[in-house]
Design a protein around this ligand. Structure first.
Ligand code: NAD
Length: 473
């Protein structure tokens, strides 16, 4: 089992690492016990961070795009130099296997590769003898980035990198369940950034509204649940902040009747169970043609049997615990409810004995819409598999939800799959894969799964205001 010495990280306010007004215990989900107390910021400390951010903004926005991109490459260097420590912290606080934590940090570096070389030219609408009109992109100012516990470092870097490249400064508030690695990252970044450009303030959920309602913050980029997203939008309205909301999903996948079950079983399984199912755009409901239902269930179960659930630091483990107790209780309740409603847990894996937030890898069949496991987002290692006989009906059932994050179609006929994909209401629809989220492609939800996107030039533009320069000649 890997070990690493943990130094308690501090808040970063105005370029300094400081103690909090209070402390926040953080639990290792593989033991269910606190392993560290991190500093928690008071409202006054948040005010201080907002003042420091506003003081840093004019200098940062005046820095050229190339120099800002040099700075984000320096961030990547810092992350590379500290990857062992950061991955270790992610594993202890989040629960995922160490190799997955390293993978999460690798994805952060790809953010830098992409945004570190992007160009941001003005759009010229007119340039003739009568005048010139150009559309420029200006940074919004101070960004509040609120993140969640499933990919703590990646969620922070998804916001931080494009925000900085676009000329903004940012205050990150990590989830109270997983603040440790993000706080440590904040400390490390002070080596390469001017004071106040990136600050990390941890605290309880109450720090969230303090940030979203703060008059000195100009944009909120939020990742989390739909109910909290609505609160964020309401609170941001008071000062008309710009908002990007990356919220929950209940992604459907539709398998077409031409698939080879043995060929898709593995990918279908991991589409739902990567990161122990704690992925916003994981496959959460799978629609399978009745003609191939048993074979596909068997193929998915065969892959499920390869899963080794255990502490993320242990060798040979490829799935960790559920990250926190309320989430574990929710997954348990939805699963038990589905079984009580007549569902069959046709696969249920092994979990370690003893304490820790363990939940067995579970595949359910024999349930339909109207069961909360199907209608709601479990966000854990359980997936219902539903049968259909009519493809139009499957499409209608897949779309019959307020969520609209991702969806997928599985088929050996790519044209046929693409035609079905066009009919699915989601921000991303994948064919023969699910989910794929990268720095270079926009990712976001429709309906109640969110507003706006992260990733790609579109994601960067969300950290800008349009400014028109119109010259009469
Ligand atoms: P949550 O909404 O409870 O918490 C997310 C963050 O919001 C935390 O940092 C929390 O402290 C903060 N917060 C809580 N109350 C707040 C308030 N009133 N104002 C401002 N901030 C507040 O999230 P959760 O339910 O623990 O996380 C799981 C959800 O996140 C799932 O629905 C999942 O699908 C979603 N998620 C979405 C994405 C995406 O990119 N679309 C990515 C990861 C997770």
């Amino acid at each position: 089992m890997a070990t690493h010495t943990i130094t308690t990280p501090r808040l970063t306010i105005g370029g300094r690492a400081v103690a909090g007004a209070a402390t926040l215990p953080v639990i290792d989900p593989s033991t269910g016990e606190p392993f560290i107390e991190v500093p928690a910021a008071s409202a006054e400390q948040l005010d201080e961070a907002v003042r420091a951010a506003n003081a840093a903004f004019p200098g940062w926005r005046a820095t050229s795009l190339e120099r800002r991109q040099d700075a984000v490459r320096a961030i990547a260097d810092v992350i590379r130099a500290n990857i062992d420590e950061l991955a270790y912290l992610v594993t202890i606080e989040q629960g995922k296997p160490l190799a997955s934590a390293r993978g999460e940090i690798g994805a952060c570096l790809r953010q830098v590769d992409f945004f570190g070389s992007i160009t941001l030219e003005p759009r010229i609408i007119k340039d003739d003898e009568t005048g010139r009109v150009e559309v420029r992109r200006e940074p919004v100012g101070v960004v509040g980035g609120i993140t969640v516990w499933n990919y703590p470092i990646l969620a922070a870097m998804f916001k931080l990198v494009p925000a900085l490249v676009a000329g903004n400064v940012i205050i990150i508030k990590p989830s109270p369940y997983t603040p440790v690695a993000t706080l440590r990252l904040g400390e490390l970044l002070q080596q390469v950034l001017p004071p106040g450009v990136v600050q990390v303030v941890a605290g309880t959920d109450e720090l969230g509204p303090a940030l979203t309602g703060h008059p000195g913050v100009h944009k909120i980029s939020f990742t989390g649940s739909v109910p909290t997203g609505k609160l964020v939008m309401a609170s941001s309205a008071g000062t008309l902040k710009r908002v990007t909301l990356e919220l929950g999903g209940n992604d459907a996948g539709i398998v077409l009747d031409d698939v080879d079950p043995a060929a898709v079983g593995k990918d279908l399984f991991w589409a739902g169970f990567s990161n122990s199912g704690q992925v916003c755009a994981a496959l959460k409901r799978l629609y399978v043609p009745a003609s191939k239902f048993d074979e596909i269930c068997e193929a998915i179960a065969a892959e499920a049997a390869t899963v080794v659930v255990g502490p993320g630091l242990a060798d040979g483990v490829n799935a960790g615990p559920v990250q926190n107790k309320p989430q574990l209780d929710r997954v348990r309740e939805l699963t038990e409810g589905a079984i009580a409603a007549g569902g069959e847990a046709f696969f249920s894996g092994k979990v370690p004995e003893g304490p820790g937030y363990w939940f067995p890898t579970t595949l359910i069949r024999g349930v339909a819409e109207g069961t909360p496991l199907v209608d709601e987002e479990p966000f854990g290692p359980v997936m219902p598999i539903l049968s259909y006989t009519d493809l139009d009906d499957a499409v209608a059932r897949a779309n019959d939800t307020d969520y609209g994050l991702g969806a997928s179609v599985w088929s050996s006929d790519l044209d046929r799959a693409a035609a079905v994909a066009e009919r699915l209401d989601a921000g991303s629809v994948w064919v023969n894969q699910h989910p794929v989220v990268t720095a270079t492609v926009p990712f976001g939800g429709v309906k109640q799964s969110g507003i706006g996107v992260e990733g790609s030039l579109d994601g960067l533009l969300a950290y800008t205001n349009i400014k028109v320069l119109s010259i009469k000649r």
